[in-house]
Design a protein around this ligand. Structure first.
Ligand code: ZN
Length: 287
């Protein structure tokens, strides 16, 4: 597939074997609305179906990798604009039914789908990565962080046990995951490296070059060898119970999310003002 621009994603070849998928909503700090999620899915599919491509790099335009899910409606896309990639439906149903279907489709199933793309994917992360943004980095095989990178998941403030794709204990170990979630504190690039969540830390100015050099080295390997190795690691995680645990936690997530709406008189995290109150003070800026 030639270089091209989706509505919110740029698709460019670094070499014939390496594709860079770049989120391109810097004005919204690459917040994920429906359009961006679908564009990512289409771009990953394009790279995956291009038999010349061996490695996919995921990056974000601007100072930050991703501010998470768009809480202001984003580009205005709605569910009816797209054919679902998963098996859930009735996205506009009231109550927990529609909410669960929506989050199954665009968060849990979409992330699972991307995690299972058989070609190696490298996340290139700079600045802030918040909540839903973590899921984008985590579905990749390798995470390269700029030295200014930092990570945060603050949804426990709304009574919700972490973002929809609950990889926290796998990504940072259960001790650090508890601290990360209970406090909502930032995890620095250095600490993310220490707990094994990121593979390398490099100076911000050298981030893209470093990532592309690693992608070139990976691309020297036969594609089938890379696919089998990726599958071996994914199967090992699944044999350890990763996917079963995620599905179970997703149900808790839906319960807690629905509870939040109920006790807040039907208001979701996504308010008309684009900001939700954080228990214990302040209003949360949309991220
Ligand atoms: Zn949710």
């Amino acid at each position: 597939m030639p270089d091209q621009a989706f509505k919110t994603v740029l698709y460019t070849h670094v070499t014939p074997e390496i594709v860079r998928v770049r989120m391109n909503r810097p004005e919204a700090r690459n917040a994920q609305d429906l359009q961006l999620t679908r564009d990512l899915n289409d771009a990953f599919d394009a790279a995956n179906q291009d038999d010349n491509v061996k490695v996919i790099i995921l990056s974000g335009e601007g100072p930050h990798f991703s501010s998470g899910h768009d809480m202001r409606g984003g580009t205005g896309a709605v569910f009816a604009d797209f054919r679902p990639v998963g098996t859930w439906a009735n996205f506009d149903a009231p109550g927990a039914e529609g909410a669960m279907a929506r989050e199954e489709e665009i968060y849990l199933q979409m992330c699972r789908r991307w995690r299972n793309i058989p070609k190696p994917m490298i996340a290139e992360v700079q600045g802030k990565t918040i909540a839903g943004g973590l899921m984008l980095a985590w579905v990749c095989d390798i995470i390269i962080a700029a030295d200014d990178a930092e990570f945060r998941d603050l949804v426990v403030s709304w009574g919700i046990p972490g973002v929809e794709y609950f990889a926290h204990p796998w990504e940072m170990g259960h001790r650090k995951a508890r601290q990360f979630l209970y406090t909502g504190d930032w995890l620095s690039a250095k600490d993310a490296y220490r707990v094994g969540m990121v593979n390398e830390i490099v100076p911000a100015a050298e981030l893209s070059q470093f990532t592309e050099d690693m992608a070139r080295k990976i691309a020297e390997k036969p594609l089938f060898g890379l696919k089998m190795t990726k599958e071996a690691i994914n199967q090992t995680l699944d044999a350890q119970g990763q996917w079963n645990a995620m599905q179970t936690v997703f149900v808790m997530h839906t319960l807690a999310h629905t509870h939040w709406r109920e006790v807040n008189h039907g208001r979701g995290l996504y308010t008309a003002e684009g900001a939700a109150p954080v228990p214990g003070g302040g209003a949360r800026k949309p991220e």
